[in-house]
Design a protein. Structure first.
Length: 134
């Protein structure tokens, strides 16, 4: 049985009665303790048919990816969770090989930009204002 909050699961795909949620009906939001955008696992979750938008909140920014008509119109085999994760892993390997002077955060953000361009996904970054502590 799937349970909400049970870690990496399909729990967000179903309502409390076990019925599949409609396509593109879910905003999936979570935090990252470091300033990285989306991981390969995040991309895999994002590819689910029920997810429309994913947001990651880090200490310094909010990152968003959102499906578009271009993404939704792709043949289904090109946008399965496994296909999206494989594409991300290929892109991240290329980015890490090209940007030897960049930080890991910069490389992961660059990979996110390339994934967004490759799949017609909207990508946003909103820099957060640091709190002033007295």
């Amino acid at each position: 049985q799937l349970k909400s909050g049970s870690g990496f699961s399909n729990a967000d795909m179903f309502d409390s009665n076990g019925n599949m949620r409609p396509d593109n009906s879910i905003l999936h939001m979570h935090t990252h303790p470091v300033d990285h955008t989306f991981s390969d696992g995040d991309w895999r979750v994002f590819a689910r048919s029920t997810i429309d938008e994913m947001r990651v909140i880090t200490p310094s920014a909010e990152y968003r990816i959102k499906k578009t008509k271009a993404f939704n119109d792709l043949p289904w085999r090109e946008k399965t969770p496994a296909a999206i994760e494989a594409a991300y892993n290929k892109i991240i390997d290329i980015v890490f090989g090209e940007n030897t002077d960049a930080t890991i955060d910069e490389m992961i953000e660059e990979a996110t930009k390339r994934m967004s361009n490759a799949f017609g996904i909207e990508f946003y970054k909103i820099n957060l204002v640091s709190k002033v502590v007295k």
